[in-house]
Write a protein that binds this ligand. Structure first.
Ligand SMILES: [Zn+2]
Length: 306
């Protein structure tokens, strides 16, 4: 069955790139509502923005959605990953600023909050997007592919010159709450050498050593070090799940990312939906639903993080 959050929960913090404070509230919604954002700081015009791949504006550093009236919300990927990883299909996300709070740089605070309120089953069956034939997108920077698979699985490869990151590979079946156990607490990361350029471009203004893992060569500059030895690739998978959830329904398929990022994953979804033969919408029976991210996830499974 489709789900929503049992009762509303709020989060407060600054945006990673804008540095602007914002309060974000996840509210319950009816079946077939989907996930929508609502800008509560804007009183005129259409303030609702659907969390959907076809309203994503190209942005290498974060995922930004914008409605026809020009109202936008940015850095939605970590809260979207939390909802997808907890198996929430319907919610209204109110926000009083242009960018989602970055909190600790991971999805763990969102996951902990969502699971503290609980997941409510609704009276409509879950629809999933079943991938029928491989679809891929290649760019000069990397590539991504979706292929047929009975469940939701993911593999990711990254390769950074900085020795503190280096080459990392991970493969994961996202069934049975493994997003919550294995990915949700991995934080966003950046290279110290990129910080000045991002700041000069008006980005990363809310970034700190506490809400991002900053690496410099073989050194981790953030105090406390890493939460996982391969935290970087885990965070790339977290981002990918958040970006894939903008398909509007869970995906039954295998996602492969090779040095991919937000723009490539969004281009991949556009490619899928431009190819009607590559997918079909299926109503999930219990067996299929049990293979989706979030099925059976429990609150105590959220990793304890500092
Ligand atoms: Zn991220």
């Amino acid at each position: 069955m489709q789900t929503t959050i049992r009762s509303a929960i709020s989060f407060q913090g600054v945006g990673l790139h804008s540095g602007e404070p914002a309060k974000l509230t996840i509210r319950p919604a009816m079946a077939e509502h989907g996930i929508w954002f609502k800008r509560t700081d804007i009183s005129l015009g259409d303030t609702l923005v659907p969390a959907r791949y076809d309203v994503v504006e190209s942005s290498p550093l974060c995922t930004l959605i914008k409605n026809a009236a020009g109202v936008s919300v940015s850095t939605i990927e970590h809260v979207m990953a939390a909802l997808a990883g907890c198996g929430i299909h319907n919610a209204l996300i109110e926000i009083d600023g242009p960018e989602c709070p970055i909190l600790d740089g991971s999805s763990a605070p969102f996951v902990r909050g969502i699971l503290s309120r609980g997941v409510r089953e609704l009276t409509a069956p879950v629809r999933a997007i079943e991938i029928l034939s491989p679809v891929s997108v290649h760019t000069a920077h990397g590539w991504a592919r979706l292929s047929p698979e009975q469940g939701t699985t993911m593999s990711f490869h990254i390769d950074f010159d900085d020795k503190a990151i280096g080459v990392q590979d991970k493969r994961l079946n996202l069934a049975n709450g493994s997003f919550v156990r294995e990915l949700c607490d991995s934080r966003t990361f950046c290279r110290a050498s990129d910080v000045d350029a991002m700041r000069a471009a008006g980005k990363a203004l809310g970034g700190t050593y506490e809400n991002a893992v900053v690496v410099d060569g073989d050194k981790i500059l953030s105090p406390g070090g890493l939460r996982h030895q391969d935290e970087a690739v885990r965070h790339k998978m977290l981002d990918a799940l958040g970006d894939l959830s903008l398909a509007g329904a869970p995906i039954l398929g295998h996602y492969e990312g090779h040095k991919a990022g937000h723009a490539i994953t969004n281009a991949l979804l556009r490619e899928v939906f431009a190819n009607p033969d590559a997918f079909r919408i299926v109503l999930c029976d219990d067996v299929m639903a049990a293979r989706l991210p979030g099925a059976g996830v429990e609150r105590h499974e959220v990793p304890a993080v500092a």
